[in-house]
Design a protein around this ligand. Structure first.
Ligand code: CUA
Length: 328
């Protein structure tokens, strides 16, 4: 039911890919059946009453029998909702607790920090930090600690689990497990300002061995100074070592270099990412150039990323070449 065409949709809760999403989907279906039954019953009674008490004789002005209260009816329509709410509340409370923390001993912790308007992912126990693309192993519980750097956001990967808010000043918990090797689409689900709709992310579930290789690659880093002369110029512009044109390091980090800015996304292995600007655009040379030149054209309201209108085409090309060489 309901899931016939769902698998073709990238963000649907009707195609559960793990236990948490499945429990929540079952709960949704249970409440939906009750809602349909109540809706049909109410409409049927309404239609019957309209028909039964219609005006039969336009000349008849007499007042029908007047009824004051009906104890049987009142007891019935108090008891029926109590029974329905009890049936629905038991699995609701159970799933709410089950979805909070994984009981698996080997659950992998991930820290998610929301920013206006992108997601930061940290892997505790390693020094790996990424943005907007969360790599996880298939078949393993992922325990997620949710925080916010500014306003309230909401973390939602419909195929993996229901949404949980990221609230400044507190840490919320959730977990999920991806049973299928797939790229899952996520979206901030709490209005958080101008670019809320462009605050997307992806969860990439890989077999454990491929995930381990990915993690190792993130940690291994790369030679600090590129050998390619164009990428090297880009590196110098990024690090502000040539006349300060870019100085990307003020806001961004590239692990293994002196760039340790924490305002914008960590760009270590940026070249291996499939998207930029919080999952909104494909990571192509054209998009990246446009993004650096005038970020607000790609993402209205974008915070913190200043435009660089005076950069020459050659300098822009060099920075893009450097960034896309990272992690390749
Ligand atoms: Cu972040 Cu909406």
């Amino acid at each position: 039911m309901l899931s016939g065409c769902a698998s073709a949709l990238p963000q649907t809760p009707f195609d559960a890919a793990g236990p948490v999403a499945q429990w929540q989907l079952d709960l949704l279906k249970l409440t939906l059946w009750f809602a349909i039954a109540i809706g049909v019953a109410v409409c049927a009674i309404l239609l019957y009453v309209v028909w039964r008490f219609r005006e039969k004789d336009p000349t008849d002005k007499s007042v029908p029998a007047q009824i004051q209260g009906n104890h049987k009816l009142e007891v019935l329509w108090t008891i029926i909702p109590i029974v329905i709410l009890t049936i629905v509340s038991i699995p609701t409370v159970r799933v709410a607790f089950q979805a909070h923390a994984s009981t698996a001993a080997d659950a992998m912790p991930v820290r998610v920090i929301a920013h206006q308007w992108w997601f930061e992912f940290e892997y505790p126990g390693t020094d790996v930090t990424t943005a907007n693309e969360l790599y996880i192993p298939v078949g393993r519980d992922i325990q997620i600690a949710l925080e916010s750097d500014d306003v309230i956001h909401s973390f939602w990967v419909p195929k993996l689990a229901g949404k949980v808010d990221l609230i400044p000043g507190r840490i919320n918990q959730m977990w999920f497990r991806a049973e299928r090797e797939e790229t899952y689409f996520g979206q901030c689900a709490e209005f958080c300002g101008a670019a809320h709709a462009q605050m997307r992310f992806r969860v990439i579930a890989l077999p454990q061995a491929e995930f381990d290789a990915w993690l190792l690659k993130q940690q291994a880093g790369h030679p600090e100074v590129p050998t390619d002369p164009v990428a090297k110029l880009g590196y110098e512009l990024f690090m502000g070592t040539t006349p300060a044109k870019a100085n990307c390091l003020i806001c961004h980090a590239v692990d293994g270099t002196k760039a340790q800015g924490a305002v914008g996304p960590n760009l270590t292995n940026f070249g291996a990412r499939s998207t930029l600007a919080a999952g909104v655009y494909e990571n192509t040379e054209e998009h990246l150039k446009q993004w650096i030149r005038k970020p607000s054209e790609l993402k209205p309201g974008v915070k913190a990323m200043p435009p660089h209108p005076n950069m020459t085409e050659e300098e822009l090309h060099a920075i893009v070449t450097y960034l896309q060489s990272l992690g390749k």
